[in-house]
Design a protein around this ligand. Structure first.
Ligand SMILES: [Zn+2]
Length: 53
């Protein structure tokens, strides 16, 4: 039996404005990307969307 490598969802996309977790994705270490959620925050900050690494 072979062990498959498992990548946990340690990546998180967080709304810069309201701190809501928008999405998680597989990452080997804790990674946080910042964006704005699709509802009110994105339209309110439409000119300021950026992703920080
Ligand atoms: Zn938001």
């Amino acid at each position: 039996m072979k062990l498959q490598s498992y990548t946990p969802n340690m990546g998180t996309i967080v709304c810069r404005s309201c701190d809501a977790v928008l999405q998680t994705f597989p990452a080997e270490k804790v990674t946080t990307l910042y964006s704005f959620c699709d509802s009110h925050c994105k339209s309110r900050n439409s000119s300021a969307v950026s992703i920080k690494r």
